[in-house]
Design a protein around this ligand. Structure first.
Ligand code: ZN
Length: 249
């Protein structure tokens, strides 16, 4: 996407929320920054050697966007709104580039970006994006994955504006508005403790069985099962990320 389009989406979001001028400026500057100073991406070569490349824009890694969204969220929780906006702008750059189909060998890419640059971000997409937002890292990740590259210029602008607004609203929702989450988190911590107890019990039981049956295989099996009980808990791991999102320790 052209800088004009990145900046136009930043302005549309800022105007909808009546952001102060300096924050709009930070968001807008962040939105074009990855083209000036690329984000690094570590890649593994054939022989396991790591090397750093420029993070791709039109086919971004979800991790690149999530890293920047997390930087924005942490800065926001610390009250550093300037850096929060700047990092958010950087994250949205990738979401917006991803909305544009590059075409075969980039052949139709330039003319498509020209056409997009002549368009204004639709206000309807800003409002719809903010309405559908849920404040959680899981929601942000789902948005990044859902963005589809569009061939039609109008669709690309709509897609970019919709998901940029949704991610913006998700990251910048104050933790106080999500009290309900805390109850869920405390419940999960309690469940986690129960899991630890049952895992410990499993190891103790298998040691006993191993002595009784003089068979160490049983003990190894018991330990593997205990490890499995602790590892298979995606709900807990997801909530742990959410706890940090809401500044809960
Ligand atoms: Zn770019």
């Amino acid at each position: 996407m052209k800088w004009k389009s990145h900046r136009a989406i930043a302005r549309a979001i800022s105007q909808e929320l009546s952001l102060p001028y300096d924050l709009e400026r930070a968001l807008s500057d962040g939105s074009v920054e990855p083209d000036k100073r690329p984000d690094p991406l570590l890649q593994l070569g054939k022989h396991g050697k790591g090397y750093v490349v420029r993070a791709p824009h039109h086919h971004p890694h979800t991790g690149t966007v999530m890293g920047l969204a997390w930087m924005a969220r942490r800065a926001y929780l610390q009250g550093n709104y300037y850096w929060a906006m700047r990092s958010m702008g950087r994250a949205l750059h990738y979401v917006q580039d991803k909305s544009v189909h590059t075409g075969f060998m980039f052949l139709s890419h330039d003319s498509r970006e020209e056409a997009i640059a002549r368009m204004d971000p639709p206000l309807e997409a800003v409002v719809r994006g903010m309405d559908m937002a849920v404040s959680s890292p899981d929601f942000v990740r789902k948005c990044v994955i859902k963005v589809r590259p569009r061939r039609n210029a109008k669709d690309a602008m709509y897609e970019a504006t919709l998901y940029s607004s949704a991610i913006f609203a998700s990251v910048f929702t104050s933790p106080e508005t999500t009290e309900r989450f805390l109850v869920d988190y405390r419940k999960a911590v309690r469940r986690r403790r129960l899991r630890w107890l049952s895992a410990a019990g499993m190891i103790a039981l298998s040691v006993l069985a191993a002595i009784m049956f003089d068979n160490f295989i049983i003990m190894i099996l018991g330990t593997v099962m205990a490890a499995a009980i602790l590892a298979i808990d995606p709900h807990y791991h997801r909530l742990k990320g959410e706890a940090e999102w809401f500044g809960v320790r």
